[in-house]
Ligand binder design. Sequence first.
Ligand SMILES: NC(=O)c1ccc[n+]([C@@H]2O[C@H](COP(=O)([O-])OP(=O)(O)OC[C@H]3O[C@@H](n4cnc5c(N)ncnc54)[C@H](OP(=O)(O)O)[C@@H]3O)[C@@H](O)[C@H]2O)c1
Length: 246
Amino acid sequence: MEYAVSSDALKGKIILVTGAGAGIGKQAALSYAQHGATVILLGRTVNKLEQTYDEIEAAGYPTPAIIPLDMKGATKQNYVDMADTIESQFGRLDGILHNASLLGVISPFDQIGEDTYDDIMQVNVKAQFLMTQALLPLLHKSQDGRIVFTSSTVGHSGRAFWGTYAISKFATEGMMQVLADELSDSTIRVNAINPGATRTAMRAKAYPAEDTDLLKTPQDIMPLYLYLMAPESKCVNGQCIDAQPK
Ligand SMILES: NC(=O)c1ccc[n+]([C@@H]2O[C@H](COP(=O)([O-])OP(=O)(O)OC[C@H]3O[C@@H](n4cnc5c(N)ncnc54)[C@H](OP(=O)(O)O)[C@@H]3O)[C@@H](O)[C@H]2O)c1
């Protein structure tokens, strides 16, 4: 399917992107801004967020905002405070791209350490839960709010050695489906993207020996990211869609 949106599909929209300093999240922030959105760049490494900010400014897109936050240590109160800040600055929120996540280590199940398990579930699942809860009132103030989660092929089909990462992505898809069903009578749409193999630091960590020239780039997979944030996707809800269908 072609996921076409107009060049100003996101004009005037306020969109939060987590993990906006690198990889797919950085590209999504740039692409959303290019299509007219004011992007709120959330991540843990400030200089990477500033780099994304500078690229958006240099391109002449709407001036973004930066929220430095380490989702590993963030508490419920941090997300409540963040929602207050967004409300006072923008009055509402039109979209969240839950993109940031941790891969952890590829290892046999019986060697997964408790700390590794807790860190991955904290960043990949609980942080998204707390953030979404805090931001839902602001999404309800949007004419057509969007929540887009990020899954993986191992988020709906378990695979040996993918341990906590796979478990966390199953949970992500579960959260997406529960929310989508609950919000189906509203104008908020909730979906997930499976990016497929994409040329980023996370992919290189998982597959250090592969030829990265053969991989799609974050830019290649943006049509689906734009579509699920845009008004064009108002009839799509509760789906996990492959950005690189076979
Ligand atoms: N690349 C692929 O082939 C692929 C395939 C399937 C699914 N995915 C999914 O796509 C999404 C993006 O992945 P990617 O490949 O772009 O990964 P990436 O290059 O490793 O980027 C991950 C981003 O998440 C941020 N992040 C990590 N821990 C964080 C924390 N505690 N608090 C705040 N931000 C944090 C990172 O910030 P720092 O840069 O500051 O560390 C980085 O910006 C992930 O959900 C991933 O699971 C990717």
